[in-house]
Design a protein around this ligand. Structure first.
Ligand code: AMP
Length: 190
């Protein structure tokens, strides 16, 4: 099985690229952001816990996220593998993911980081906010999300570098070109 983490700052294009990568390699797409937004829509307990934190650009607690992931992984009996999008976002989550996968005799194959310059990120997120109406795509929340990314999420890169499972791909330019580079990075690791 192919278990890929698509990694990068908010606005780096993880969601867009996941859709292509998922189709190309026939993977199951697990986006914790999408899962949380759907819990909010349903008005569930998880949704209620997450709503304010998301709007402020803060992380939802690890145990909430890990509970959702555990359920998703148990549903994966027929899957060819997973593309994890927006997860893991802390080293704690990465350790827990490694453990959950090893219990299924699986492991993370590769973490691919989409590299995008800060100014381009802010531009993209503000534009997405105008189009999608996402409550966290406003300037104050974006600044907080970039700060949280640098402080809590970037260390996840080191965690997988130590395992020899890290590769970076340029995330700027033509979308199709970025997809092509991602596919060859993943292919060379299979
Ligand atoms: P995303 O759609 O991946 O940008 O996620 C939107 C928001 O959901 C984030 O800013 C966090 O508040 C929350 N979130 C998504 N994934 C995680 C995660 N793995 N850990 C903690 N919070 C998360």
């Amino acid at each position: 099985m192919l278990n890929i983490i698509i990694f990068g700052s908010p606005g780096s294009g993880k969601g867009t690229q996941s859709a292509f990568i998922k189709d190309y390699f026939n993977l199951t797409h697990i986006s914790t952001g999408d899962l949380l937004r759907s819990e909010i829509k349903k008005g569930s307990e998880i949704g209620k816990k997450a709503e304010g934190l998301i709007a402020e650009g803060k992380l939802v607690p690890d145990e909430v996220i890990l509970g959702m992931i555990q359920i998703k992984l148990q549903e994966l009996t027929e899957s060819k593998g997973v593309i994890f999008d927006g997860f893991p976002r802390t080293v704690e989550q990465a350790r827990a993911l490694d453990k959950m996968l090893s219990e299924l005799n699986q492991e993370v194959t590769l973490l691919v980081e989409l590299e995008v310059e800060r100014e381009e990120l802010i531009k993209r997120i503000i534009k997405r906010g105008e189009e999608s109406g996402r409550v966290d795509d406003n300037e104050a929340s974006v600044k907080e999300r970039l700060k949280v990314y640098a402080e809590s999420t970037m260390p996840v890169i080191e965690h997988y570098k130590e395992q020899g499972k890290y590769v970076a791909v340029p995330g700027m330019g033509e979308i199709a070109e970025i997809t092509k580079n991602l596919i060859s990075a993943i292919d060379s690791k299979r």
